[in-house]
Ligand binder design. Sequence first.
Ligand SMILES: NC(=O)c1ccc[n+]([C@@H]2O[C@H](COP(=O)([O-])OP(=O)(O)OC[C@H]3O[C@@H](n4cnc5c(N)ncnc54)[C@H](O)[C@@H]3O)[C@@H](O)[C@H]2O)c1
Length: 291
Amino acid sequence: MAIERVGIVGAGQMGNGIAHVFAVAGYDVLLTDVRQDALDRAVALIDRNLTRQVTRDLIDAGTKAAAMQRIVTTATLTDLGQTDLIIEAATERETIKQAIFEDLIPHLKPDTILTSNTSSISITRLASRTDRPERFMGFHFMNPVPIMQLVELIRGIATDESTFKTCEGVVARLGKTSTASEDFPAFIVNRILMPMINEAIYTLYEGVGSVQSIDTSLKLGANHPMGPLELADFIGLDTCLAIMNVLHDGLADTKYRPCPLLTKYVEAGWLGRKSQRGFYDYRGDVPVPTR
Ligand SMILES: NC(=O)c1ccc[n+]([C@@H]2O[C@H](COP(=O)([O-])OP(=O)(O)OC[C@H]3O[C@@H](n4cnc5c(N)ncnc54)[C@H](O)[C@@H]3O)[C@@H](O)[C@H]2O)c1
């Protein structure tokens, strides 16, 4: 099926990046959020990020102008009814995602494909509560979306082959590379990445090293471009905790228990870069470790 109009639900860190790459690839984008300020911030950020791409000669000024014109925002979820593909990128909480799909479904075309950018929630379970489990799958972008090459495509147990192929075609048109994952907790990338981040937080919690020494150790000792705590702040500590909880509950193995220090940071509202404080404090000119 031909995909031309794409609806994106959630205009946070991921939603704005997803809107950006779809608009550059020539898709018409309808972006929604429950918060008008999130929509305004997303448009301003997309404009800034596209300008940066023009400055670096990655795209030309005409492409930027055309992309900005293709993005329309709305605070009304049901305006997305006439789109061909929905990518849900709202807060990582199952009840929120489920309510979004329930509200959307009566307004959708019968052949609209529904997808979720969830980092960890069961695609099969989300799909089973919709009217179209065969046209439902995981469409998992990496952060920051305009830069990261991978999209992890996740088949729910009922996802049909034509839905999967259509989404594979969309990823190719975005100029990105897809991998296929089966629908088990946290899929491939986060199944491997999050326990490493959680272990880095345990290493801090147990006093084995400071924020600085843990991040420097992994950057210089394992050749990682970012330290694990820096990366956790970048992803969002609430999202990291949600993923660890999904791994812990879904695989019933104590090796996945979230570090109490991660829980503590989330309880404090120190969610990383998006709230200006996490394992680092971002309110000054340079990030300062908070422990
Ligand atoms: N942050 C990452 O690195 C990353 C990477 C890959 C996937 N994801 C996934 O992407 C999704 C979004 O994560 P994020 O980091 O962008 O979170 P975020 O907190 O930056 O943004 C979430 C947005 O969803 C909006 N929202 C909440 N309820 C809504 C509703 N009912 N309708 C519409 N919008 C609603 C919020 O207002 C907010 O703007 C999550 O499922 C997360 O697991 C995140």
